[in-house]
Design a protein around this ligand. Structure first.
Ligand SMILES: Cc1cc2nc3c(=O)[nH]c(=O)nc-3n(C[C@H](O)[C@H](O)[C@H](O)COP(=O)(O)O)c2cc1C
Length: 300
């Protein structure tokens, strides 16, 4: 997850528990990325990754991560072949997060090592296709590459369901926002804990707000007064954007949950407790094992 949502403590806690912690580099300057990578290395000797949104990739940050020999590079949006080749040349393993079958084929042909199929349930920027539909189609074209499932997975039941659909694992964001180590604002974490199923909504208003075009994807967030005011009124939002940006900066400073962007996946409705990130990793794995064992016993 992007700069303000991921940091060294979260990444290291996930990796120390046996997951692969990934540091978001969207919006992160090179010197800050370097400092975070060094802190990660002080907190864990396990593998970890960095992730770049290719159409907004900061070249200096990317170069710094290559020079640091970060073991895993993940990519999202944009044609990935050059980024993959550069990461491979630095000895890294690459993950391409994709939102359509065509993007999966493109990533496979660009020699990605791992695909991550991201469904419409995902938090943050996400694609148009529900995971249940997308994942088996991506597995079918993956040509043996491991495929991770992303979008709406917050517990072991979700992981087990993804494994049943052919996934090799899960890529989770929202569940890790609601952890002690996540650098997200406290009001954002509280909103995730309070969310009920159906409280998130896919929308175009944050890209207008941030002045960034993300062709082919929308943003999923918890519905609040800000979203209700502008969804369906995108032209008016665009017309008033400078004033709205000023108000929004204040809303963030005040941690006002009615007016903040509360990015979260559809699985937020299943998250009820703030936990240490390592505990999340362990519980998800244990619960998935229990579910799959019970399923096996049931089928005989
Ligand atoms: C707050 C937030 C920020 C995100 N930022 C990024 C990002 O910068 N780059 C990226 O590739 N994916 C980003 N994602 C999407 C994740 O990579 C992943 O697809 C998503 O979290 C999976 O769905 P889930 O949130 O339901 O677990 C973000 C997700 C969230 C919730």
């Amino acid at each position: 997850m992007a700069r303000v949502y991921s940091g060294a403590e979260l990444v290291a806690a996930v990796s120390n528990a046996g997951g692969l912690g990934i540091l978001g580099c969207l919006g992160r300057p090179a010197d800050e990325a370097l400092a975070e990578i060094r802190r990660i290395r002080a907190l864990t000797d396990r593998p970890f990754g960095v992730t770049f949104v290719l159409h907004q990739c900061d070249e200096a940050t990317f170069e710094a991560c290559l020079a640091e020999h970060v073991p895993v590079f993940a990519f999202f949006r944009g044609e990935p072949s050059e980024a993959i080749a550069r990461a491979h040349a630095a000895g890294a393993t690459t993950i391409c997060q994709i939102t359509t079958v065509d993007e999966a084929i493109q990533a496979r042909e660009a020699r990605a090592d791992v695909l991550a199929a991201q469904g419409h349930e995902a938090g943050g920027h996400m694609g148009p296709i529900p995971l249940l539909t997308l994942l088996p189609e991506v597995v079918a074209v993956a040509d043996g590459l491991p495929v991770l499932a992303a979008g709406g997975i917050v517990d072991g039941q979700g992981l087990a369901a993804a494994l049943c659909l052919g996934a090799a694992g899960a890529l989770m964001g929202t569940r890790f926002l609601a952890t002690h180590e996540a650098p997200a604002l406290a009001a954002h974490k509280r909103a995730i804990l309070a969310a009920r199923p159906g409280d998130t909504v896919a929308n175009d208003i944050f890209d207008i707000l941030w002045g960034e075009a993300w062709p082919g994807v929308q943003t999923r967030a918890i519905r609040n007064k800000f979203i209700d005011r502008w969804i369906g009124h995108e032209d008016e939002l665009q017309a008033a954007i400078e004033e709205i940006r000023r108000q929004r900066a204040q809303a963030n400073a005040d941690q006002n949950p009615d007016e903040m962007p509360l990015l979260a996946g559809a699985g937020a409705g299943l998250i009820h407790e703030l936990k240490p990130a390592g505990q999340v990793v362990r519980e998800v794995v244990e619960e998935a094992q229990q579910v799959l064992r019970a399923l096996g016993a049931h089928i005989g």
